[in-house]
Design a protein around this ligand. Structure first.
Ligand code: PEP
Ligand code: MG
Length: 573
């Protein structure tokens, strides 16, 4: 088979060579596979029904205990469909006659039934269409679960490809077995990209038409530095990459020597490199790579992949673990930033047509004071174990800061009344990730102790360019002069008022942006743990005065290409 190369957006560096596993969501249009082993597919289907029936019995039991008799009856009706010999036999027969996979047969039969019920006059029968969809989705989920498991069981490690991966899919996978992630959708700052970067796994997103042209088990090379996927590589390509991997490993080893070194420019300007973390696993990596603090703890990930929100005690234990492990180094805990591409099912949030512009982050927590206060109490309680700072996400205006601070004050009062200790001097900061907040930075700086620039969002809102949409990724321009001017303005506004500024978007670890940010006087660079050492290594080679001059020049340019050009020329990149 001849080799083929696909291009995408490189979002997490590194290389991988291995066999492909394709991941599919249970709610996606399923792929029809022909000429399958009929016995295997029938066996998979029978097994899935057996498992679904078992699950159903448990659900009915729970429903009888917790819900009304009427609600329990809904699940009993679902069980009747699962046990219906006609449903069962029709699907088994379709697998046999068409020689297709179990998923395709299930989808085909369920769709026909749904259509029949939906067209009935009687309301009761029309409702049955919903039951069929529910049941089919349950069995499909089991079949897919088996597929991913079956196809990976024989493989120790594999390259995971998918049309799309949500942050919770990524978290659900056994990361030790994933050599690389490749998806057809997504942008540089999609949370899947961010999660893979913190796991230190190479990743490429936005690879068009990949899944339809690839087979499970194919051999591929993933080049996470250049955004290339080579399917069925030739001998020459294999040799070329084996060399590249050896060279890359040597660079990583040289960087490892910087673990306990300070982050200091060649002319002696000291800055800080913090880590972006979402979990205790990330914390381990942050410590391994010599983080000088936690610049961003994305706490919303603690709320994902579970049935209900963690209570105050559970949150407190996690925050305290992080704070204690950092031994007096700063830990910025960001309050919940749910919404956008980070959804939490049990909160029953309304469906929105523009989730990135909607009910999310601080907007949601100012409305759900129960959630917010619980989290703030947990953060306050952890504050006495080290140097904790709290940070509010997605601030648009001063009123939101004042409202959030009033709730923080309430949380403090509750702790005082219960004689629970905390650090009353806890610093409060905000993310600057909405252009309105960036422009009002001078006023906001009076109200808070620090800023952290959230460029992942600031870029998308400044350019009006969805950060997840690979079709317009050409517009997602971190080095565009409009954005650089905005960042410079924010840093100057904060410094004039004696406040510090960090940057925790992906831009902080970007080799072209780092010289510019250093030249603008950024105080703290917060990056994925795997980028701490590469970022430190770049900064130690730069002269901050020359970078200041470079910034003066960059701010007068007309577009991103020109900015890239002068950075490359000055630093011989
Ligand atoms: C950002 O927007 O830059 C940021 C760090 O927050 P998140 O990526 O979680 O939206
Ligand atoms: Mg953000």
């Amino acid at each position: 088979m001849s080799s083929r190369t696909f291009k995408g957006i490189a979002v997490s560096p590194g290389f991988a060579i291995g066999k492909v596993t394709i991941f599919q969501h249970h709610d996606e249009q399923v792929m029809v596979r022909h000429d399958v082993d009929v016995d295997d597919e029938q066996y998979r289907f029978k097994n899935a029904i057996r498992q679904a029936l078992q699950e159903m019995d448990e659900t009915i039991l729970r429903a009888r205990q917790r819900l009304s008799q009427e609600d329990a009856q809904i699940f009993e009706a679902h069980k009747l469909v699962l046990e219906d010999p006609e449903f069962y036999d029709t699907i088994l027969n379709l697998i046999l006659v068409e020689k297709i996979n179990a998923e395709a047969a299930l989808q085909n039969v369920s769709q026909q039934l749904v259509e029949i019920f939906e067209n009935m006059e009687n309301e009761y029968f029309r409702q049955r269409a919903i039951d069929i969809k529910d049941i089919s989705s349950r069995v499909m989920k089991i079949l897919h679960g088996q597929e991913v498991k079956d196809s990976t069981e024989s493989l120790d490690q594999f390259i995971l490809m998918a049309h799309d991966l949500t942050p919770s899919d990524t978290l659900n996978l056994d990361a030790r077995r994933v050599l690389a992630f490749v998806t057809e959708t997504g942008g540089r700052t999609s949370h899947t990209a961010i999660v893979s970067k913190s796991l230190g796994i190479p990743a490429i997103v936005g690879v068009a038409d990949l899944i339809q042209s690839i087979e499970m088990g194919s051999q591929v090379i993933v080049d996470g530095n250049e955004g290339k996927v080579i399917v069925n590589p030739s001998m020459d390509e294999m040799e070329e990459y084996e060399q590249k991997i050896r060279a890359y490993q040597q660079t990583l080893m040289a960087q490892a020597a910087l673990k306990d070194e300070p982050t200091i420019s060649s002319d002696g300007l000291k800055v800080e490199i913090g880590a972006n973390i979402s979990s205790l696993d990330d914390l381990d990596n942050a410590l391994t790579y010599g983080a000088e603090g936690i610049g961003l703890f994305r706490t919303e990930f603690l709320f994902m992949n579970r049935e209900s929100a963690p209570d105050e005690e559970e949150q407190f234990e996690v925050y305290r673990t992080v704070v204690s492990a950092m031994k007096g180094k700063p830990v910025i805990i960001r309050t919940l930033d749910i919404g956008g591409d980070k959804m939490i099912t049990y909160l029953d949030l309304p469906h929105e047509s523009n989730p990135f512009l909607g009910y999310r982050a601080i907007r949601l927590t100012l409305d759900r004071v129960d959630l917010f206060e619980t989290q703030l109490r947990a953060i306050l309680r952890a504050s006495r174990y080290g140097r904790v700072k709290v940070m509010y996400p997605m601030i648009s205006n001063l009123t939101e800061v004042r409202q959030a601070n009033a709730i923080l004050q309430n949380a403090k009062q509750q702790l005082i009344e219960n004689h629970i200790p905390f650090n009353p001097q806890l610093e409060v900061g905000i993310m600057i990730e909405i252009p309105a907040a960036a422009i009002m930075a001078d006023a906001l700086a009076k109200e808070v102790d620090f800023f952290s620039l959230g460029t992942n969002d600031l870029i998308q809102y400044t350019m009006a360019c969805d950060r997840l949409n690979e079709k317009i990724s050409y517009l997602y321009q971190p080095y565009h002069p409009s954005l650089l001017r905005l960042i410079k303005w924010v840093i100057d506004a904060a410094h004039t008022r004696g406040k510090s500024v960090g940057l925790c978007g992906e831009m902080a670890g970007d080799p072209i942006a780092i010289p510019l940010l250093l030249g603008m006087g950024l105080d703290e660079f917060s990056v994925s743990p795997s980028l701490i050492l590469p970022t430190r290594s770049i900064i130690r080679k730069l002269n901050s005065i020359s970078m200041k001059e470079l910034v003066d020049q960059a701010l007068t340019l007309e577009d991103e290409e020109q900015v890239k050009g002068i950075v490359a020329k000055n630093l011989s990149l």
